[in-house]
Design a protein around this ligand. Structure first.
Ligand SMILES: Nc1ncnc2c1ncn2[C@@H]1O[C@H](COP(=O)(O)OP(=O)(O)OP(=O)(O)O)[C@@H](O)[C@H]1O
Ligand SMILES: [Mg+2]
Length: 263
């Protein structure tokens, strides 16, 4: 699969919700993102995070990233809260003229991982003018229930769809060198991603910014460029999607050596 003209965009829960206010979407921010993406002329696959919906419910009920026996109530309520947020995002995007089409991760699962065929089918949706939208989700397996984060989904989809670029949209300007968030890194090298110091973020059951940077460096290792931009300034998202270099952090994809013709 080669998604040369495809962009994968992960809308962070930090932007689309107020992460410290349980079950509160940031309608103004979601509307800004939708208006910006409406102006983007290219194929898109969108993933959104859990913010104060999914993370709040998951931590309240003790759901995490490893399969564990949990109460059916934990699973049902976490799923329900994600769907509530998902519907809010879908509605606002539809109203802005974006033909988003909901594809829950659970509908893509094959045992513990999303099935390759089902992930690849997302490109067929984009061919018909639809914008597939999925979200960090709670998964039920024989060994227990667990959360798959939107950041992980971005990496899994990147592996199979090979997008031109991946955008992580946050509520801060990008990745900072220091936990006080004073020095914004305009460019981040894959080798440097392990030297950063992160502040303990708001409630996040899936590893927060540290895990996000790990997933991003795995994407960059596939040769795909990754950008981190502040979604509270929607023009930056549009600029990054169009391959410009707005304020934000760029993690350049590892150069893949061209195949040698010599025998
Ligand atoms: N060094 C750093 N650089 C950038 N952000 C940082 C850093 N240290 C901590 N953060 C925090 O990480 C947060 C973003 O990660 P977080 O996982 O909370 O959000 P998200 O992924 O957008 O939300 P969700 O997981 O719900 O989708 C920012 O709000 C920021 O305050
Ligand atoms: Mg997160």
């Amino acid at each position: 699969m080669d998604g040369k003209d495809l962009t994968i965009c992960k809308l962070g829960g930090s932007v689309i919700t107020f992460k410290d206010k349980p079950l509160t979407p940031n309608i103004k921010a979601i509307t800004g993102l939708a208006k910006a993406l409406f102006k983007f002329d290219g194929k898109l696959v969108i993933i959104h995070g859990g913010g104060s919906f999914g993370h709040y419910m998951a931590s309240r009920f003790g759901l995490g990233q490893s399969p564990a026996k949990t109460s059916p109530e934990a699973v049902a309520m976490t799923r329900y809260s994600m769907l509530e947020l998902h519907l809010t995002v879908l509605r606002i995007f539809l109203d802005a003229g974006l033909t988003v089409y909901s594809v829950p991760l659970s509908g893509m699962m094959n045992q513990r991982l999303p099935s390759r065929q089902k992930m690849e089918a997302l490109v067929n949706y984009t061919d018909t003018g639809l914008i597939p939208m999925t979200f960090g989700d709670v998964i039920v397996s024989r060994t227990g229930s667990y959360i798959v984060s939107g950041d992980q989904i971005a990496r899994l989809l990147s592996k199979h769809l090979r997008p031109r670029r991946v955008l992580f949209v946050l509520d801060v300007d990008g990745i900072y060198q220091d936990p006080e968030k004073t020095t914004l890194l305009r460019e981040l090298k894959i080798a440097k991603t392990t030297n950063l110091i992160f502040s303990k973020g708001k409630i996040d059951v899936t590893g927060g910014i540290e895990r996000k940077v790990k997933e991003a460096s795995r994407i960059a290792n596939m040769g795909i460029d990754v950008s981190f931009v502040n979604g509270l300034v929607p023009q930056r998202l549009l600029d990054a999607a169009q391959g410009k270099n707005p304020i934000g952090t760029v993690l350049k994809g590892r150069k893949v050596a061209p195949l040698s013709n010599s025998r």
